[in-house]
Design a protein around this ligand. Sequence first.
Ligand code: SF4
Ligand code: SF4
Length: 419
Amino acid sequence: MPIDKKQIIEKESAVVDGIELTADWNRMFEQRVMHYEDSDALDKVRDTPGAESIGYCYQCGQCVPVCPVDAVGEYGPFRVYKDLLIGKDLFKSPELWKCTTCMQCLRVCPKQVDMIQIMPAVREEAVMEGDVPEELQEAFENTFEYGNPLGESQRKRADWIQETGSNVPIMKEKKEADILWFVECYPSYHARGKDASAALAKILNALGTDFGVLGTEEKCSCDSQRLAGEVGLFEEFAEENIATLKKYKFNQILVTDPHALNAMRKKYPEYGGNFDVIHYTTYLAPLLDKLDLKNTLNYKVTFHDPCYLGRHNGEYEAPRQILNALPGVELIEMGRCREQSYCCGGGGGGMWLDGFMADHVSERLSENRIREAVETGADLLVVCCPYEVSRFEDAVKSTGNEGKLQVKDIAELIVEAMG
Ligand code: SF4
Ligand code: SF4
């Protein structure tokens, strides 16, 4: 209904509920109608199964300052939503691939606009249309062909055991164990991942854990491929891994990788895989007093919370308990830690999009994080996700911080303390 202007009393200044409202722009004598050129782009996303919540956005903007991608280039659900309002097609836009599904925005969004659902849903359509950045497509193809995104031979998946001289039983021979250790791809194939695997094997043996691995029967958990839009690949691999796991008798699955933890806890039950799954830090934290930690380390360390261990699966304490139990280790927290932790950039397919991201942001997320870690004065950045050692070691070099900061998996640090 039009406002009767005679009833309007203009004030020189106005403060309502503590908010200063004095300004010409705020004299709303007429009803304001906002016109957008095109809402087809928004409808197209909103009509995609799984992506409906994009339509809940009421543009409060709270998601932007917490988005790790916005720290290195303009991003966040609010910006994605605004682009849709002006008719930009998300299905064809580079913006589709920037989100790492880190979950920072969902933590603060009052309307539950859920990028963890929206991004995979829209990306799945883009993948079906073949609109995928080249390097991501290569990771998908490697996974399809070889069972891992690195493109390494499936037959060599357990070679790290011999190469590192580790004592690791294989379930095919052992048939049953208390703990089935799901090693994952980077800890099986990547040079620094193998170091962490050898360290974890040493700890499990020192604890007398009854454990075994799937070896060449294990395939990628595919959680990151799913979040990057390759849902079909995820389903195929989930069914295969579940069938393999069901061949053996065990009480608990121990995972090195928080992404595998996420897949097995949240998605595998949908495919009939109901397992008790635990991250290795959660498993080790209460057992550290059983280890002979005779070496004093003399390290100032800082710790990076992996998004898929912390925000996605609620584990913040176990890695800190471990660090606090190691002799001679002083933990200095970064400003962005725990629930507010920054993202390494590897989640949601980001692990295979570094080249693409370099063209769209001012610096890699891992570089931004390394600068923060260096600022704490720590000499060691401790991680507990297999994506991170390689990402952060590269970022230490590219930010010119070689010699100032080392990057180690938490298992490597425990082994150093064991001597
Ligand atoms: S926090 Fe949620 S409602 Fe607010 S702008 Fe971001 S997505 Fe929209
Ligand atoms: S999930 Fe993370 S990267 Fe994606 S929009 Fe939200 S805050 Fe940004």
